[in-house]
Design a protein around this ligand. Structure first.
Ligand SMILES: *Cc1c(COP(=O)(O)O)cnc(C)c1O
Length: 482
């Protein structure tokens, strides 16, 4: 059996289905597999010719039992999830000069990397819930891209009601409209004004709702935020795909540069490397919010108020998936993980020991990129390569360029996590004009469409959000059954 336990060690092993539907482990930890599958060189060689979806089936089957999701069902779920991508290669690559490769993770329906895992995970929820005859309410906080991806993926799924919460004024109008113009009866966008720490404040709201046992049971709450194991697991695939597409020989090293927010994407890269993928360096690319850079560099992990940057999707104070990475780095020593986690939760800071720091920073390097570097990277990449980066892709490319010391460095695959059309104001500032590449028809349409949303202020959101959600459940229950 492929089982899952909590990173804090306080739960009995559960199967994949339970880990996915629970979202967070009951002891407050994150679900992790009891054993990471290993992939050898001949397996990797045999995967070279596979399409993205075919490769996805191979990688996912390493984590999911045949009894939980039979392989023909898995293939169906994978195909229906990734057929929503507009590019024939699903996740294409594009070479820039200097040995830099851009991996385009933004060809999904809501134009960000969040679609890569969200479509599949929401389909998986629906599959399990339909089979059990159950219904769940998803609460989703967003720093801009998770909300649209979750909202879109939930359309037409009668087993799920999805509430997406976004911090007013801290994400772009394009991102807001992706949520507010959907008109799906089971999708409820909520704008929260007065957030100080963006999506981290909204995470607190959700944590509060989960801790309210009556409310949690009444609403059958669950979460598809990146604390959900299935999100991280699905993000492992694009590291394998990027590796196989950009090397000629298995064993050749590559680096990956990853714009990091909650560390889910990077945690997946570290897992791929632990599974045997020959990744050399993982480059933590950050913006002016340097929490992750600091902990990689010094071993000090602090909660700090966020700064608003141009790469707003990674303006995150509490990178929850870092704890999953700690768990694997400390070889599953849950007592050590729990000690550090409890200290972090109560003191807002923890100093890892030199031994611990050595374990979790091995094979990593970090670069923090300022807003003005984001702008200049967008401009020079446009001028030199006629390629338009979004602010997050620019963070990755700028970090890779900082890392690039000589032409003999292994190729660096830079993860471009959003379509530039989601951040038009930044394009305008960087280039002084709006090229065709900076637009997308779906967003132009959304900017014209009618909106439907709830609005609420941070100070009262705890009570007001709960009563709105309760009222809506009542409406749904009162509707005559078809
Ligand atoms: C979510 C997001 C990231 C960061 O991913 P994490 O898994 O949270 O580290 C980077 N770029 C964009 C555009 C995103 O939406």
């Amino acid at each position: 059996m492929k089982n899952y336990i909590s990173s804090l060690g306080g739960t009995e092993p559960v199967d994949f289905e339970t880990a996915v539907l629970n979202g967070k482990a009951p002891d407050g930890g994150l679900y992790v597999p009891t054993q990471l599958p290993q992939v050898n060189q001949s397996q990797l060689d045999s995967w070279r010719a596979l399409s993205y979806s075919e490769l996805a089936c191979k990688v996912l089957a390493l984590f999911i039992d045949e009894e939980t999701v039979p392989s023909h069902d898995l293939a169906k779920l994978v195909n229906s999830s990734f057929s929503a991508f507009s590019h024939p290669e699903t996740i294409p690559h594009r070479s820039l000069g200097n040995g830099l490769v851009v991996q385009e993770l933004f060809h999904g329906p809501t134009l960000s990397f969040k679609d890569v895992a969200m479509g599949f995970v929401v389909n998986l929820f629906d599959y399990f819930l339909e089979r059990k005859g159950e219904h769940k309410t998803l609460m989703v906080a967003t720093s801009g891209d998770t909300g649209p991806a979750a909202a879109y993926a939930s359309i037409g799924k009668s087993s799920i009601s999805t509430w997406v919460f976004f911090p007013e004024g801290m994400i772009t109008q394009q991102q807001i409209r992706q949520m507010t113009t959907l008109m799906a009866p089971n999708v409820h966008p909520v704008s929260i004004a007065g957030c100080r720490n963006g999506s981290d404040d909204l995470d607190e709201l959700i944590t509060g709702c989960f801790q309210d046992e009556t409310f949690r049971e009444e609403m059958c709450l669950s979460s598809v935020n990146s604390i959900n194991w299935a999100r991280v697991m699905t993000q492992v695939i694009h590291y394998f795909y990027g590796y196989l597409r950009n090397t000629n020989r298995t064993g050749d090293p590559v680096h990956f540069a990853v714009p990091c927010g909650a560390f889910g994407n990077m945690c997946a890269g570290a897992i791929a490397r632990r599974m045997g993928l020959p990744i050399d360096k993982l480059i933590v690319a950050g913006n002016a919010n340097t929490t992750l850079g600091t902990v990689i560099e010094t071993g000090e992990f602090n909660k700090k108020d966020i700064l608003n940057t141009l790469a707003s999707a990674i303006d995150i104070a509490v990178p929850m998936n870092f704890w999953r990475h700690i768990y694997f780095s400390l070889a599953g020593d849950t007592a050590q993980v729990r000690d550090a986690f409890e200290q972090y939760e109560s003191m807002n800071t923890v100093s890892f020991s030199p031994e611990q720091h050595a374990c979790f920073s091995k094979g990593f390097t970090q670069h923090s990129i300022t807003d003005s570097q984001i702008l200049s990277t967008i401009k020079t990449t446009w001028n030199d390569d006629h390629y338009l980066l979004d602010p997050h892709g620019a963070v990755a490319v700028a970090a890779a360029q900082n890392h690039l010391k000589s032409p003999s460095t292994p190729p660096i695959i830079c993860l471009a996590t959003a379509h530039p059309a989601k951040f038009p104001e930044t394009t305008l500032v960087a280039l002084g004009k709006m090229p065709q590449e900076g637009k997308h028809h779906s967003l132009e349409e959304a900017m014209q469409a009618c909106e439907r949303k709830y609005s609420c202020h941070y100070d009262v959101m705890g009570s007001e959000v709960r009563s709105s959600m309760r009222a809506m459940v009542q409406v749904t229950k009162d509707e005559p059954k078809k």
